[in-house]
Design a protein around this ligand. Structure first.
Ligand code: NIG
Ligand code: FE
Length: 391
């Protein structure tokens, strides 16, 4: 069944051949057919379709591509958040609280939590989501976390190297052996990516390198959490290995920035983290001016960033990180696609998957200009509308 979306006040195409970053078109229309974008043009020239949606002059954008989330968990850490807002610092060790709750949860409970959060994301315009494990930290718990994640997305990431769990506190080397051996073997059938938290209090560069190498040997592509809590070796390692993406990038040296530009590794910025840990925001302007590719993602997790909202991330990136609204929208769509190595999503041009968002607002600017306002009116995934029509 084909769908014509017409009377689009502003269409964000992200057409790489356009003169402007977002490939904006006014008074536009598009046709979604067979799961892909089948036609884009002026509303006045639109062809017939099986059904017609009047966008009412609203903006239509590519669906958001959230390339970094940790949705497989149980419990929450609201008390930790309260303490932070009273002056406590965020530390990697808080992850262990969620590990204990996750291990105690049933598969059904974990799946219900992921379903709830993916639905939240969807209502806010996210049409592609990456989901990591990392709160199981035994072979069985990591494998079942990924099995649950894979029910909701193809973009699953094995993050056994999230933190050293309590039972290995005295033997981090033994834990890395577990991660690179039996845990990887159990997790790999359910994962596309492998990740490690390369940070003081988690894993050092040699350990992260060992984890990524073991993953690569069984066909998993690498990504890293790096330079979140302070300067460190993770970003340089990601660039050296030519990883698709390196995430956080809050504390960077000039050499890190130059290395990212050279390697083409996407720097994924996660402003929900700085919001909820009260840390300084990453300097997106510095990265963009240096020619580094930038993505924005939610990092939705119960510790450092319990938001599922890409519109919030866009607003924070514009207000706090030196991005223009156009750059922030691009980073949350085409940028997220690049961070996942995906050529089929992130743009509304012919042949791309028909993932689109209709705003009850006339332009993409409103995502930052009207923070906290539920502007998303409809979301299509592969051409299928996912929200009830406005009634
Ligand atoms: O991306 N940095 C490591 N992992 C998560 C935090 C997880 C947690 O605190 O539970 C992050 O911020
Ligand atoms: Fe994360």
């Amino acid at each position: 069944m084909s769908t014509l979306i017409t009377n689009v006040g502003e269409l964000v195409t992200n057409d790489p051949d356009a003169a402007d970053l977002l490939g904006l078109r006014s008074d536009a229309a598009l046709v979604l057919d067979d799961g892909v974008v089948a036609w884009v043009g002026d509303a006045a020239d639109a062809p017939a379709a099986d059904q017609v949606v009047d966008a009412g002059g609203g903006a239509v954008l590519p669906g958001f591509v959230d390339s970094h989330s940790h949705l497989v968990f149980a419990g929450d850490r609201a008390e930790e958040f309260r303490a932070r807002m009273a002056g406590e610092r965020y530390a990697a060790g808080g992850i262990r609280t969620t590990v204990a709750a996750t291990r105690a949860a049933t598969d059904d409970a974990l799946a219900a939590n992921v379903e709830r959060l993916v639905a939240e994301m969807r209502r806010q315009g996210t049409t592609t989501v990456e989901i990591k494990s990392g709160y199981g930290l035994t072979a069985a718990d990591e494998a079942r976390s990924l099995e649950v994640a894979a029910r909701f997305t193809d973009e699953t990431t094995f993050l056994g190297a999230h933190v050293v769990p309590q039972e290995y506190a005295g033997d981090p080397a033994g834990y890395v052996e577990l991660v690179t051996g039996p845990m990887l073997a159990a997790a790999a059938p359910h994962a596309r990516w492998i990740d490690a938290f390369c940070e003081t209090g988690a894993f050092d560069a040699d350990q992260a390198r060992a984890v990524l190498a073991a993953g690569a040997a069984v066909g998993l592509r690498g990504r890293l959490h790096a330079n979140q809590l302070g300067p460190g070796p993770g970003v340089a390692l990601a660039a050296e290995l030519g990883l698709t993406a390196v995430d956080h990038c809050t504390y960077l040296t000039d050499a890190d920035v130059a290395a990212l530009r050279e390697s083409g590794t996407v720097a994924t910025l996660l402003p929900g983290v700085e919001f909820s840990t009260r840390q300084p925001y990453p300097d997106a302007r510095r990265l963009l001016d240096a020619g580094v590719r930038v993505a924005l993602a939610s990092d939705c997790n119960p510790g450092s960033s319990y938001t599922s909202s890409i519109p919030l991330c866009i607003a924070l990136a514009v207000r706090e990180m030196g991005m223009t609204p156009a750059e922030a929208v691009h980073a949350a769509t085409a940028g997220g696609a690049a961070a996942l190595g995906r050529a089929d999503v992130g743009a509304l041009v012919l042949g791309r998957r028909a993932d689109a968002v209709l705003l009850g607002a006339p332009s993409h600017l409103h995502l930052a200009y009207r923070p906290g306002v539920p502007l998303v009116r409809q979301v299509w995934v592969a051409g299928e509308a996912t929200q009830a029509p406005p009634g």
